[in-house]
Design a protein around this ligand. Structure first.
Ligand code: SF4
Length: 291
């Protein structure tokens, strides 16, 4: 069985930067908190927690004067205001590409546009983007959501950084006949697009795709969806231990890809486990033939 890892996969620039800032912070400060898990990867969050980075689900759980890390997804202006008012030291790991979406949403709102954020309603990144637009932008998940809205004449669109370009194109096509003026900022980050394209290309070549990454990671879930959509059997796992040997029955080629918050070691461990299972399978077959 041939196992190949998609070259463009795993940690992106923003996640690498957030982890570097967190590691530096744990060497320099005590009492460090991130508002929500720093990245959507349990194993990495556990390692950082052992180094001294605690996860707070709410700002009220963070003591006054503590060090607060803002994660790559960003946070709304109120979080910064409240943290400053409570003398917290802020380490801002908001990815510069996420910061750009927040600025675009704010600018378009100030220019009088009705701002639509293409993204997941329950994800912290689009929610923070809305807060940066004075709470006025509206999150839409797909063109179908437009039916529930009363659209203004002038509409601006931004996208959660991990969206698929096809989703953005579909939203634009649906909006065009319904508005007088439409402004679109393609805020999907390059790392997302290249990872999605490379993973789809791999999925089209192989018999089976394994997508490695946190179950809460939006970009990993999306990678799994788009690989599955090629028609190739696809499994989303967090660790190598979850691979079911039965998935490999009759499979000659396996592609492995990973979300932007997945460390390279986790991807490597999956590839090694697949090789191990393939070898065991071959040995089993050879034994069978001896009977
Ligand atoms: S996926 Fe893109 S926007 Fe998100 S953290 Fe990584 S580089 Fe930044």
């Amino acid at each position: 069985m041939e196992v190949s890892i998609v070259e463009e996969c795993g940690f992106c620039f923003g996640v690498r930067r957030a982890i570097r800032l967190a590691k530096e912070a744990t060497c320099q400060h005590e009492g460090i908190y991130s508002l929500g898990p720093l990245i959507h990867n349990r194993q990495v969050v556990d390692q950082l927690s052992a180094a001294g980075l605690s996860v707070a689900d709410d700002l009220r759980e963070v003591p006054d004067g503590a060090t607060l890390m803002i994660r790559a997804h960003g946070a709304g202006p109120e979080v910064y205001q409240q943290a400053q008012a409570r003398n917290m030291q802020i380490i801002d790991a908001t990815c510069p590409f996420v910061d750009r979406v927040q600025r675009k949403a704010r600018q378009f709102t100030e220019m009088g546009y009705q701002v639509l954020v293409l993204g997941e309603t329950d994800h912290p990144e689009p929610r923070a983007i809305v807060e940066h637009s004075q709470g006025r932008a509206i999150i839409v998940e797909s063109p179908q959501d437009l039916k529930k809205l009363s659209l203004d004449a002038n509409v601006a669109v931004v996208a959660q950084t991990t969206q698929r370009r096809e989703n953005l194109e579909a939203l634009v096509v649906a909006l065009l006949p319904q508005v007088e003026e439409l402004v679109v900022a393609n805020t999907i980050c390059e790392a997302t697009t290249t990872r999605q394209q490379a993973s789809v290309a791999k999925a089209r070549e192989v018999d089976l795709m394994i997508v490695v990454g946190g179950y809460h990671s939006a970009n990993t879930r999306r990678l799994a969806q788009i690989c599955q959509a090629t028609g190739t059997a696809t499994h989303h796992i967090e660790t190598a231990a979850e691979i079911d040997p039965q998935w490999l029955a009759g499979v000659a080629t396996v592609g492995v890809t990973a979300g932007a918050s997945t460390p390279r070691e986790a991807v490597q461990a999956v590839a090694e486990r697949l090789h191990e299972l393939a070898e065991n399978g071959n040995r089993g077959e050879a034994d069978d033939h001896q009977f």
